[in-house]
Write a new protein. Structure first.
Length: 200
């Protein structure tokens, strides 16, 4: 009986591991290690064992190893250490975005969307919101390199993770100060630390 052909990725051990662990109903580690109260948006403690149980269920040994290594206090993940890791990872993502000219590509897409909206007779102010903005690279890049503000487009970023928003606001302030126009960040009422809206 002829053997079934190997899938094209079979020769690559990393790809084999990734594909074996992939399951659309399996959430990402980063979605599980930070939790917020959906009503108040306050940060909630996360029991490490609860996260491990999720990946035990999927038999995902790689994820189990990664979660095991996360710092904890009395069984709960150390929120401060986790925040530090998130910020470091997002700095690295910003470096990659810079290297791959992500800003100009986002601007190109946004320009087309805005032109379409304007072509329908909408002349008033618009707001572009980056949902899940992390440390706000897209919004900060657009604010620093494009004339969107003069074209009546307000730029804003929102993220569930307050540590990332805090870092986004810090970087935006530093960039705005460098541009010699130290204006305050605008934060919507009742949602402190959840959004950035740098003046362009
Ligand atoms: C992969 S990161 C991308 C960050 C950023 N857009 C970038 O390109 O660097 C996804 C971000 O979405 C945020 N996020 C996930 N679910 C969210 C939600 N329901 N509302 C707001 N932000 C969310 C996470 O906190 C995380 O910062």
């Amino acid at each position: 009986m002829p053997l079934a052909p190997s899938p094209p990725y079979a020769a690559c051990s990393t790809l084999r591991l990734v594909i074996a662990a992939w399951n659309p109903s399996q959430r990402e580690i980063t979605d599980l290690i930070v939790q917020h109260d959906p009503r108040t948006l306050e940060r909630l403690p996360v029991r490490k064992q609860q996260v491990l149980d999720v990946f035990h269920k999927f038999g995902n040994r790689q994820a189990l190893r990664a979660v095991e290594a996360l710092p904890e206090r009395d069984g709960s993940l150390d929120a401060q250490a986790i925040d530090g890791m998130f910020v470091t990872v997002h700095w690295e993502m910003q470096r990659l975005s810079e290297e791959f000219y992500h800003g100009p590509r986002v601007h190109e897409l946004l320009r087309a969307v805005i032109a379409t909206i304007r072509s329908q007779g909408v002349a008033g102010p618009l707001r572009a919101v980056d949902v899940g903005c992390g440390i706000g690279y897209n919004i900060r890049w657009l604010a620093a390199h494009t004339p969107l503000a003069e074209q009546g487009v307000e730029l804003a970023g929102v993220d569930l993770n307050s540590a990332l928003i805090k870092e986004a606001a810090r970087l935006a302030r530093a960039e705005i100060c460098r541009a010699n126009s130290c204006m305050a960040m605008r934060f919507p009422r009742n949602t402190p630390g959840r959004s950035i809206s740098p003046p362009a």
